[in-house]
Design a binder for this molecule. Structure first.
Ligand code: F3S
Length: 284
């Protein structure tokens, strides 16, 4: 049996950078308490490990408002303008690990909404990255992720619309939704803000899943990019498994299985991927 592990599986550039920033702070911070605004990545193991080293998680804006001392690390998802303002007002030291690809979206929506355009974000409403992006728009933004929502969208025909995407959105779905706006004849400008890491990861996963007899997708249950990877793989390969760690893997493979594919979301540490790969290699 052959195993193919996607080259793009695991930490992306933005997550790697955020991890480095936290470890740097742990070396430099001295007595100051270190916080991350929200869990650093969607991986419980990593968050627990950081907690053991003294990095606390601020769960929400209210908690941040009550904080008057310490270093607050902004994770790669980014945050709204208001969060930076609270940190400044409270005299907190902000260490910004927002991924540059997300920062770019903040700049686009800030500039375009300042020009009076309505911002449409194609992504998952409520996801921290999308909440952050919304917080850089001068007027309330519209968030949509499905065909029906795009079809039901209405706007003044005179209104100019700028469409951006959550960095981890499925590229084909994004194109389909944009197409609906085009057909409706709205005055739109579209900026494809899906990051390369995501596109590459999705394309590679799809290619592997298309030829695999079984496919394993590793990542946190809250990780939206992993959930999308799972959808893509499941579409190509019925026998697709979504697991967080090796403990969740209950593979029952028939003898005829020739190829098992493995991929992982952007916040899955390498050691977990290797563990799964070794397990499959040894047991099947
Ligand atoms: Fe950045 Fe893309 Fe990763 S936006 S955090 S490199 S998935």
């Amino acid at each position: 049996m052959e195993i193919i592990k996607a080259k793009s599986a695991g930490f992306c550039f933005g997550v790697k950078k955020a991890m480095e920033v936290v470890y740097q702070q742990l070396e430099q911070a001295g007595e100051l308490p270190i916080y991350t605004f929200g869990p650093l990545i969607h991986n419980e193991e990593v968050v627990k490990e950081l907690e053991a080293k003294g990095v606390k998680v601020i769960e929400n804006q209210q908690e941040l408002e009550n904080l008057t001392e310490g270093i607050v690390i902004i994770r790669s998802h980014g945050v709204s303008r208001e969060i930076y303002q609270i940190m400044e007002k409270n005299g907190l030291t902000c260490v910004d690990a927002t991924c540059p690809f997300v920062k770019r979206i903040h700049r686009i929506v800030e500039a375009e909404s300042a020009r009076g355009k309505r911002i449409v974000i194609i992504g998952n409403d409520g996801h921290p990255e999308v909440e952050g992006i919304k917080g850089w728009c001068n007027l309330p933004a519209t968030v949509l992720e499905g065909t029906e929502e795009a079809q039901n969208f209405t706007s003044d025909p005179e209104e100019k619309i700028c469409i951006v995407s959550q960095t981890t959105f499925n590229y084909n779905k994004f194109k389909d939704l944009v197409e609906i706006f085009v057909k409706k004849g709205y005055d739109i400008s579209v900026v494809n803000t899906i990051c390369n890491a995501t596109e590459e990861r999705q394309t590679e996963a799809q290619e592997i899943a298309a030829k695999a007899d079984a496919m394993i997708v590793i990542g946190g249950t809250h990780s939206s990019n992993t959930r999308k990877l799972y959808e893509i793989c499941k579409n190509e390969c019925e026998n697709t498994h979504f697991i967080q760690t090796l403990d969740d893997l209950h593979l029952d493979l028939p003898k005829s299985v020739g190829l098992v594919g493995i991929t992982a979301g952007a916040s899955t540490p390498n050691n977990i991927i290797e563990e799964v790969q070794n397990y499959v290699r040894i047991n099947f």
